[in-house]
Design a protein around this ligand. Structure first.
Ligand code: ATP
Ligand code: MG
Length: 417
C-alpha cells in the first residue's frame, strides 16, 4: 500500500489497544475517587495560546509545534495542541468555571502533537492523561496529586518506579537563584553545548535539564535552587515532603529537576520508570503554575497538575495483564439457512443480556467454524444444524474441556445468558 501512516504517528491495533483501555479505565476510577471531573477540550487552538502559556523560548514553541494558517482567515495561526494545560486553563476561564466554584479538579485524556524525532517512547502524535487543580495554593494538593499517581501505578501493577521532586521557587526567590546559576555557567560557557549556550541567554534554568552528558557533568556542580528558596517556598516544599513521608517509593529530592515549560513554580516532579523504557523513561511530569491562569487572562487562581504519557505507560504493562479482552466469547455455529436465521436472532437476544457473542455471516463447514471459534478464544460454542432445528435442541460445546451437552431451545437463553 502506498498510503502509509506518517512518521511519528502510530496506529494502536487490537492486541495493543487492550493495554490502553486498561489504563484509561484505571485512570477514570482513580480520578473519580479523588473527586476529579473530566474536561474535553479541542485539539486545535490559536497558536498564541501556546506561545503565551509555554513561553517563546521553549523547544515546543521554537521547533515542535504543528502550526498553520486557516484557509479563510490567514491572519490567525492555529496549532495542534502540544500539551493540555493551556487549553484547560483557557476553558476554565472562558467557561467561567471559577464563578460557580473557584476550586476545580479537572482531568483530560487525549492526543498531543509535537514534531520531535520519533524513537521508542517518543512520537509526534502521542497521548496524555493529565490533571489540573485550580484555586488551591496549599501543599496538601501537591501531595494529593502524587498519591493519586501512586494509586494509578498500583492499580496497573506498575512497580519499579522513581519519583523525583524539587521546588523551583517563585517570582520572589527564583531571580536570585537564576543570577547565581548564570554566574556559574558563564564561567564554563565554552564547555556548554550550542543549545545550552543559547539557553544561557533566554532560559538558563533549562540548562539543568540538558540531556547531553557533557552538560550534565557541568550542572552537577551548579548551585542548588534549594539553598535559594524564600521562607514561604521552603515551608511549602517541606510540607509536601512531610506529607509524602510514607509514600513508596520514597521521593528523591533532585535539585536539578526543572520543567521545560516556563510557567512552573514551587513543586515540580517527574515520575520515572526504573527500567524498560530506555532513555525516554519519564512517565509522568508536573508541578505548580500559580501565575498561569491570570497571565492568560483568567482569574487570579493558583494551578497545579501533571501529565502522563500513555504510550510510555502502556510499554510498562506486562503482556499477561493486558491480553484479557472482556467477557468470555460465546460462538454460535450454524449449518443451513433456518439455523442461520435462528442463531442470528438468538445472538441479538444474548447480546442484549450483556453476553459477548459472535457468529458467521456466510455458510462454512462446521470444522472451519470450530477453528475460528478456537482462534478467537471462544469459551463455549453453540452448534445448530438442520437436525438440531428439527429436534428443537442445540449442542453446547465447552472448548476447554471439549465436553459436549445438549440444551432445549426454550432453555438456551437462560442457560447461556
Ligand atoms: P521529555 O523530557 O521526555 O521530552 P517533556 O518534558 O517534553 O518530556 P512533558 O511536556 O512534561 O514532557 O509531558 C509529560 C509526559 O508526556 C512525559 O513525561 C512523557 O511521558 C509524555 N511525552 C512527552 N512528549 C512525548 C512524545 N513526544 N512522545 C510520547 N510521549 C511523550
Ligand atoms: Mg520533550
Amino acid at each position: 500500500m502506498n498510503l502509509t501512516r506518517i512518521k511519528g504517528f502510530a496506529d494502536v491495533l487490537p492486541g495493543d489497544v487492550e493495554a490502553w483501555q486498561r489504563i484509561e479505565r484505571a485512570a477514570e476510577r482513580v480520578f473519580a475517587s479523588y473527586n476529579f471531573k473530566e474536561i474535553r477540550i479541542p485539539v486545535l487552538e490559536k497558536s498564541e495560546l501556546f506561545s503565551r502559556s509555554l513561553g517563546e523560548s521553549t523547544d515546543v514553541i521554537e521547533k515542535e509545534m504543528y502550526t498553520f494558517a486557516d484557509r479563510d482567515s490567514k491572519a490567525t495561526l492555529l496549532s495542534l495542541r502540544p500539551e493540555g494545560t493551556a487549553g484547560v486553563v483557557r476553558a476554565y476561564g472562558e467557561g467561567k468555571l471559577h464563578q460557580v466554584e473557584p476550586v476545580r479538579k479537572l482531568y483530560y485524556l487525549g492526543p498531543m502533537f509535537r514534531r520531535e524525532r520519533p524513537q521508542k517512547g517518543r512520537l509526534r502524535q502521542f497521548h496524555q492523561i493529565g490533571a489540573e487543580v485550580f484555586g488551591r495554593t496549599d501543599p496538601y494538593v501537591d501531595a494529593e496529586l502524587l498519591l493519586l499517581l501512586r494509586d494509578l501505578w498500583e492499580d496497573l501493577e506498575v512497580t519499579d518506579t522513581v519519583l523525583e521532586v524539587n521546588s523551583i521557587g517563585c517570582a520572589e526567590c527564583r531571580p536570585g537563584y537564576r543570577a547565581a546559576l548564570v554566574a556559574f555557567l558563564e564561567e564554563r560557557r565554552a564547555e556548554l553545548c550550542a543549545d545550552c549556550d543559547r539557553r544561557l541567554e533566554n532560559n538558563p534554568l533549562r540548562v539543568l535539564d540538558c540531556k547531553r552528558p557533557s552538560c550534565g557533568g557541568i550542572v552537577s556542580a551548579a548551585p542548588s535552587i534549594l539553598s535559594h528558596l524564600c521562607d514561604d517556598c521552603r515551608s511549602h516544599f517541606d510540607t509536601v515532603l512531610e506529607l509524602l513521608r510514607d509514600l513508596r517509593p520514597e521521593p528523591v529530592v533532585n535539585p536539578r529537576l526543572v520543567r521545560g515549560l516556563d510557567y512552573y513554580c514551587r513543586t515540580t516532579f517527574e515520575w520515572k520508570a526504573g527500567a524498560g523504557l530506555g532513555s525516554q523513561n519519564t512517565v509522568a511530569a508536573g508541578g505548580r503554575y500559580d501565575g498561569l491562569v491570570q497571565s492568560l487572562g483568567g482569574p487570579p487562581v493558583a494551578g497545579v497538575g501533571f501529565a502522563l504519557g500513555v504510550e510510555r505507560l502502556a510499554l510498562l504493562l506486562s503482556e499477561g495483564d493486558t491480553n484479557e479482552s472482556g467477557a468470555p466469547l460465546l460462538y454460535l455455529a450454524w449449518m443451513g439457512e433456518a439455523a442461520q436465521r435462528w442463531t442470528f436472532a438468538l445472538a441479538h437476544r444474548l447480546r442484549r443480556r450483556g453476553r459477548r457473542v459472535d457468529l458467521e455471516g456466510e455458510a462454512r463447514s462446521l470444522k472451519s467454524q470450530m477453528r475460528r471459534a478456537d482462534k478467537q478464544g471462544a469459551s463455549v460454542v453453540l452448534i445448530v444444524g438442520p437436525d438440531e432445528m428439527e429436534r428443537g435442541r442445540a449442542l453446547v460445546r465447552h472448548m476447554a474441556t471439549k465436553e459436549q451437552t445438549e440444551v432445549d431451545f426454550a432453555d438456551v437463553e437462560e442457560s447461556l445468558g
